[in-house]
Every structure is written in C-alpha cells, then in structure tokens.
Write a protein that binds this ligand. Structure first.
Ligand code: ATR
Length: 279
C-alpha cells in the first residue's frame, strides 16, 4: 500500500521519518513518501487516491483548506476546523480528517494533563490555534480564551467556536497577559514567536506572569526548549514540548491509515533523530 505526504514545499516534512519508522516497527508492507504537489495539480493528484493507486495521504501547506471540496466526507473535527491534514480512502470514498487538535490534546494528556474541566488560554489565532481551540472545546474544556496580536482574528475564531460548540470563548489582544494567565490552568502558544531564526530570543510571556500549577505548552518544536518553556521552567510550571503535538498528530494519522494503534515511542524516536535532540 502506498501512503504519502503532499505539500508545496514538502522537502522538509518530518512525516516520512515518523511514518516509515512506525510501518517498519509493525512489519507493514506500506511505503510512505513525500510528493510535491503544486496547487494547480491538487485535483489531479486526488484522482490517484480515488483510483486506489495511493491509499492515504497526509496534507500540508498550502492544501489543507483547498482540499475540502474534493472530499466525499469529513470527520467532525475537519468539518468544524475547516481544514484537512489527513485523507483516508474508505470503501472507495475519500474522507478528510484533521488530527492537529487531537495531537495537541493527546500530548497534554500524555503529560498527565486532563483537558476536561480545565481552562485554557491560547496565544495566536491562525490555523493551528483554530484546530486546537475546537478540539479543546470538544474535549470538555470548561473555559477558553484566545489572545492574538490582531484581536479581530481572535474574536472571529472565538465566535466560530462558540457557535459550533456552545462554549463561551473570550478573545482579545496580547495586552495584560499576566492577568489573563492568572485564571487559567493551561497556556498554549500557537504563534511563531520563539521559533528558531529571527524570533528565537523572544517570548510572549515571562516567568513573573506564570504560576506553579500552570501547564505551558508551546507548539513551536524547534528549538526543543523555546524561551517560553524555559521561562515556564523557572516559574515551576509543567512543560509540554511542541514535539508532543507533532508526534501525536502523526500517531492519529497512522491509526486512520492502517487501522492499528501507532507505536508512539518509535515515532518519537524517529522524530528526535530527524530533528536532532537539541535543536
Ligand atoms: P499556523 O497555521 O501555524 O497557526 P498562521 O496561520 O500563519 O500559522 O498563524 C500565525 C499566528 O502567529 C498568528 O496568530 C499571528 O498573529 P496575527 O494574526 O496577528 O498575524 C501570530 N504571530 C506571528 N508572529 C507574531 C509576532 N511576532 N508576535 C505575535 N504574534 C505573532
């Protein structure tokens, strides 16, 4: 069986390393490769899945939204989030899933953080924030606030989550984060602040604004310990690294593709090897 990740660019995708390690571990005969698909080639590519030549695909930038109308059906998450990161071929039909949000929630739960009944503050209001906000709401989070540099985007996302799930979601800009954080159990950074490169020495929140008992999750995964996570360490917070979400969104994809539980530790090792331990 042939599996793949498609995107443009796709060269730096970490998915082949994780999925191939998992397939090998389970002794499955599938192959998983990366295929560069340009936007104008997407429709034609989808026919290769429809015909059965390819049996499943991970979807990355820039296709996550444009692929929606090409699907025969959507999972509840994909429909709510409005983006697809996984295509499954099921009885000749193409079903679009989104495992990004569940990847984040499973990473938190793996760290012993039960999302149900908790309050969370999400920094950022882009695609990743959208997936995470909906999944937290579906997972029983009790309160949710979204803070974004451009507050209008946070407000629009909060409105969507409220309309679809019924959860009251507060929204605003990045001011007064200290007072916002005082009331929450979980802080999740979905912005690119802290990412290797020009933003590496930056953090939206410092230790003084954190409290012990707060869980801090940065979905930025290079460097492994972002400045935000270092500050969280100083404040005695529980830390969840960005690699957790990456591994768990892949593990969920693996389950969709193969119908088998993913060897999560094997996928994590492959990811660490591909990224380097520190980086
Ligand atoms: P992704 O799909 O990873 O979520 P995205 O959709 O491009 O990426 O979203 C990037 C997020 O990071 C946005 O919330 C963006 O804020 P704006 O909506 O105001 O653009 C946020 N972001 C990026 N750089 C930032 C910075 N220097 N300071 C604060 N927020 C930043």
């Amino acid at each position: 069986m042939k599996l793949c990740v498609i995107g443009d660019p796709v060269e730096h995708s970490l998915s082949p390393a994780m999925h191939n390690a998992a397939l090998r571990e389970l002794g499955l005969e599938h192959t998983y490769e990366k295929i560069r698909v340009k936007p104008e080639e997407l429709k034609k590519f989808i026919e290769r899945i429809r015909s059965g030549e390819i049996s499943g695909a991970s979807i990355t930038i820039p296709h996550k939204q444009s692929i929606l109308p090409l699907m025969d059906g959507l999972s509840k998450e994909a429909e709510l989030i409005g983006a697809v990161n996984t295509v499954q071929r099921k009885e000749n039909k193409l079903v679009g899933h989104n495992t990004d949000g569940i990847g984040c929630v499973n990473a938190l739960e793996e760290a012993g953080v039960e999302v149900s009944g908790k309050s969370a503050l999400i920094l950022g209001a882009g695609g990743a924030a959208r997936a995470i906000a909906f999944t937290l709401a579906l997972s029983g989070a009790e309160a949710l606030e979204i803070a974004n540099r451009t507050p209008e985007k946070a407000e629009a996302l909060a409105r969507d989550v409220n309309e679809e799930t019924g959860l009251e979601v507060a929204a605003g800009d990045l001011s007064n984060l200290g007072s916002k954080i005082r009331n929450v159990d979980i802080l999740i950074n979905t912005t690119s602040v802290g990412m290797k490169g020009t933003q590496e020495d930056k953090t939206l929140v410092k230790a003084v604004d954190m409290h012990p008992g707060l869980v801090v999750n940065d979905i930025v995964y290079t460097p492994r310990k972002t400045l935000l996570l270092k500050e969280a360490g100083k404040a005695g917070c529980k830390i969840v690294e960005g690699r957790g979400m990456l591994v768990h969104q892949g593990a969920e994809q693996f389950r969709i593709f193969t119908g088998k539980d993913a060897p999560v530790e094997v996928m994590r090792e492959a990811l660490n090897e591909a990224l380097g331990e520190k980086n």
